[in-house]
Write a protein that binds this ligand. Structure first.
Ligand code: NAI
Length: 502
């Protein structure tokens, strides 16, 4: 269902189902609900026009309605072509007080199974506010990002606008060849034809971005180092209550969920290979171990490799286990971790999936280009790739199962992280938005945030954790004044120095 400029979702009639799920999720998201109670009257986000690019799930719906409860206007798109839960998107478009025939909700442009062209069109939709002829209202003044695609579009749009043209499409063999780059360029070409100053107008109104994930944060630090970051950024990912919870415990829940829903293949007794032993890799390895799998890990960083070894995992190179492992999962946020040659040498019916942010960890294009390989859709987001051709004798007749075409499988094959974990991450997002928006209202010389990347102060990190203790029946021990003096900290925190690693 579609109303141009207002929403584009799979089916508005799914809204009721979505609303029930949102209601149950609210119960599991005490951090967000506490922020609604604390700030509902003060409306700290009044005047904020937030462009959100983040998986359009039930949990995100609770985030969106928290932002609007605090006074923000919001437009939303998903940050992955497979991650939308259509009933959540419908419920957001319809809103708590609308009906499918009279939708009154937040503008949302997201459905499960977008093409890349549709995906980037949706991302553009959240950046072009209605009434865009009126320079007062030409776009958002805040971005809430996951992976940095909304931020990227603004930066690329402005760069091409200043250069006076969008570069020609790249071709196979050229250094930055990627079909997705060409898709972004075609979206920008069309948008610059429609309005040659669009990105200048949009970029100058944006007061800041809060970024959800490791990969998006990495992009932001690169822009800041080059001196090309256009607005202040808050790195939500590196709040302790984000990366040490969402990336680890969220993955511990949603990785096996994705594998089970996709394949129903037993993990117990099998060999599971996990590439990367950062926060996501730690959660992935623990999930497999919890299912009784024998887990092997690869790392490039000696510290993480040693951690994996001390945690009891054998640390290997992927080449060591190609014929042995039953599952191959990438968690690195790096590119080219599983190559086509690796896949051709894998054990028959090995399950291959990525849970890092982008799909370049696994070379699906290279797999498709192998001579004689065929692809069979088992069901959406589950494909069997069979090596039929005798040109690679070792592989002939064998097949592997690839999840979500190499895109993050917990959101493609299942519904992502559970609400309770996301309440922690999203409480950081809301607090980050409030921080940047309040700062933008101050006179320039009194502002805290420049065009750099910042983390939230530790007292706010501790606050997010505190908001989740009651729901789990946690009884926190209180420091006495004497103990606090002894440790040299305040009774109310922060309890740890900045450099503490948890
Ligand atoms: P991290 O930086 O803590 O961990 C990544 C690890 O991979 C590092 O220890 C690094 O040394 C290692 N690594 C890099 N290249 C490698 C290679 N070629 N082989 C083996 N290991 C290699 O990052 P984090 O927080 O664990 O995030 C990883 C990815 O997962 C990012 O893309 C992030 O955006 C994404 N993510 C996905 C989530 C989901 O729901 N699917 C949730 C949270 C993060």
């Amino acid at each position: 269902d579609e109303a141009p400029g207002r929403y584009k979702v799979r089916d508005l009639s799914l809204a009721e189902a979505g609303r029930h799920q949102i209601r149950l999720a609210e119960h599991e998201m005490p951090g967000l609900m506490a922020l609604r109670a604390e700030y509902g009257d003060a409306q700290p986000l009044a005047g904020a026009r937030i462009a959100g690019s983040l998986h359009m799930t039930v949990q995100t719906a609770v985030l969106i309605e928290t932002l609007t409860a605090l006074g923000a206007e919001v437009r939303w798109a998903s940050c992955n072509i497979f991650s939308t839960q259509d009933e959540a998107a419908a419920a957001i478009a319809v809103g708590p007080h609308g009906t499918p025939s009279d939708p009154q909700g937040v503008p949302v442009f997201a459905w499960k199974g977008e093409t890349l062209e549709e995906y980037w069109d949706c991302t553009e939709q959240i950046l072009v506010w209605p009434g865009s002829d009126d320079s007062e209202h030409a776009g958002p003044n805040m971005i809430l990002d996951d992976g940095g695609d909304a931020t990227l579009l603004v930066h690329m749009g402005l760069q091409y606008e200043r250069a006076g043209a969008v570069p020609a499409d790249t071709r196979p063999g050229e250094p930055d060849h990627a079909d997705e780059t060409n898709v972004v360029r075609s979206v920008l070409r069309r948008s610059l034809d429609a309005d040659p100053l669009r990105w200048t107008t949009i970029a100058q109104q944006i007061e800041g971005v809060t970024e959800e994930t490791t990969t998006g944060v990495h992009r932001l630090y690169q822009l800041a180092e080059e001196g090309t970051l256009l607005f202040p950024a808050i790195n939500v990912n590196d709040s302790v209550t984000k990366s040490k919870f969402d990336n680890k415990y969220g993955i511990r829940h949603s990785l096996p969920d994705g594998i089970n829903r996709a394949t129903d293949v037993l993990m117990g007794g099998k060999v599971a290979f996990v590439a990367g032993y950062g926060d996501v890799g730690k959660g992935a390895a623990e999930a497999f171990r919890g299912q009784g799998a024998r887990v092997v890990v690869s790392e490039i960083d000696p510290i993480c490799a040693l951690q994996a070894a001390m945690d009891g995992y054998q640390v290997v190179r992927i080449e060591d286990v190609l014929g042995e492992a039953d599952f191959f999962i990438t968690t690195t946020g790096n590119r080219d971790v599983i190559t086509a040659a690796h896949m051709a040498a894998m054990k028959d019916k090995a399950v291959v999936g990525n849970i890092g942010h982008f799909d370049n960890e696994i070379d699906i294009a290279g797999l498709a280009a192998l001579p004689g390989v065929t692809r069979t859709e088992i069901k959406p987001q589950v494909h069997e790739w069979t090596f039929t051709d005798g040109s690679d004798d070792a592989a002939a007749g064998r097949s592997i199962i690839v999840l979500s075409e190499g895109r993050l499988l917990n959101l493609g094959n299942a519904t992502g992280h559970p609400s309770f974990v996301m309440s922690n991450s999203f409480a950081n997002q809301v607090i980050g938005q409030i921080e940047l928006w309040a700062d933008a209202a101050r006179p320039a010389e009194e502002r805290t945030y420049a065009r750099e990347v910042y983390r939230l102060p530790k007292r706010l990190d501790e606050k997010v954790a505190r908001l989740h203790l009651d729901a789990l029946g946690v009884r926190l021990t209180e420091l006495s004044e004497r103990q606090a003096d002894y440790l040299g900290i305040s009774v109310d925190g922060p309890y740890k120095p900045e450099h503490y690693r948890y």
